[in-house]
Design a protein around this ligand. Structure first.
Ligand code: NAD
Ligand code: TDX
Length: 341
């Protein structure tokens, strides 16, 4: 039985990863560490609380003593590091928590792993560390060799963390791996990100705020496909290597909005509000995932139109989940971000 520390396990991708491994009956014991910040949510793991192979601990990756204790108590040998401040718009309002968790937290986790021993350390990074691509050059995509050129405080903090991880491989020969994925979508996605925000706003009878001209392009990846890729990298990736993970599915924000409107029977004119653009808004992301396909035989299995419909249906069926989030602090953030824009 492998014991794996999963940081950020109560967030969107972390909770999906935990659920997939446990449901498949993989021979793992998962130590799920999460600070439960505004977007961490124990309800994301509520169907798994009786599973004896999941141990949840509320705590901060910046707490070195807690991390050392966990290593000793559970004999941790592997880490999958999801925990992060992850929302670009919030990093524009205040970058402080991003530097603290994403950079300092990663350093503390790496040092703890180094001091206590580690067999595999997987850093979950993002395509945003590569910056933005020109929209008139569809032939160019991000490869693992693309230079880092982060444009937002969020992506700068993720790039800094990646550099630390790389340095611990070269300096200390730590068995690290880095993955950089494109935009995920699926169940349990916090409704401040575009797809769950738009779906839940429409279900509430509200408008959806489309930034700028709505023509920014993202390469959307279903969260289950991402989790499969992470499992492949954790098991078979080569230490020191970086793997890009993408959905091979470039689409503009306007096109996504149209698909969501159609699925929920809403019209463009009654439902879409163009709002002032995000400062420094990256125009296009696109991943070249040929390395992970070639080396680890991974390829996304889900078709975007189908998985988007499944995702929308999940929000329709899980209204109590998102309604309990869209209160209190969330509404204050929404007002600052959108109503005073
Ligand atoms: P999320 O914001 O939904 O979840 C992050 C989790 O980390 C939350 O549960 C939060 O409580 C926890 N956390 C935050 N600070 C912490 C701390 N100091 N100590 C312990 N836990 C803490 O994010 P997500 O969308 O699930 O993203 C997971 C990872 O994947 C992040 O590293 C993110 O940068 C990366 N990523 C996400 C996407 C995407 O589209 N969602 C794309 C590329 C990369
Ligand atoms: O209200 C909105 N209106 C809008 O037009 C929001 C929240 C977003 N958008 C646009 C901005 C982007 O072009 O939609 C696109 C997607 O936005 P987000 O969901 O905020 O994602 P993005 O900024 O692309 O970042 C996401 O993917 C990469 C994740 O949040 C990051 O954690 C990940 O690293």
């Amino acid at each position: 039985m492998r014991t794996i520390l999963i940081t950020g396990a109560a967030g969107f991708i972390g909770s999906n990863f935990v659920r997939i491994l446990l449901r498949r009956g993989e021979p793992v014991r998962l130590i799920a560490l999460d600070k439960l910040t505004y977007c961490g949510n124990l309800a994301n793991l509520s169907d798994l609380v009786d599973n004896t192979r999941l141990i949840f601990i509320r705590g901060d990756i910046c707490d070195a003593k807690l991390l050392s204790d966990l290593w000793q108590q559970y004999s941790i040998r592997e880490v999958v590091h999801f925990a992060a401040e992850s929302h670009v718009d919030r990093s524009i309002l205040d970058s402080g928590p991003f530097i603290q968790t994403n950079v300092v937290g990663t350093q503390i986790l790496l040092d703890t792993a180094r001091a206590n021993g580690i067999d595999r350390y997987l850093q979950i990074s993002t395509d945003e560390v590569y910056g933005s691509l020109p929209e008139d050059r569809p032939d160019i995509k991000f490869t693992e060799q693309t230079p880092l050129a982060p444009n937002s405080p969020y992506s700068a903090s993720k790039a800094a963390a990646d550099c630390l991880v790389r340095a611990y491989f070269h300096t200390f020969h730590m068995p690290v791996l880095i993955t950089r994925c494109s935009n995920n979508y699926g169940p349990y996605h916090f409704p401040e990100k575009m797809i769950p925000l738009f779906v839940t706003n429409l279900l509430e009878g509200k408008k959806v705020p489309l930034y700028g001209d709505g023509l920014n392009i993202r390469d959307w990846l279903y969260v289950e496909d991402h989790c499969d890729a992470l499992w492949a990298v954790l098991n078979n990736g080569a230490p020191g290597e970086t793997y890009n993970i993408g959905g091979n599915n470039e689409i503009t924000n306007r096109q996504i909005t149209e698909l969501i409107l159609r699925a929920l029977n809403k019209s463009w004119d009654e439902s879409v509000q163009y709002v002032k653009d995000r400062p420094g808004h990256d125009r296009r992301y696109a991943i070249d995932a040929s390395k992970i396909h070639r080396d680890l035989n991974w390829t996304p299995k889900h078709r975007f139109e189908d998985a988007l419909k499944t995702t929308i249906q999940w929000y329709v069926e899980n209204e109590p989940w998102w309604r309990s989030i869209k209160t209190g602090e969330y509404l204050k953030y929404y007002e600052t971000q959108y109503l005073r824009r």
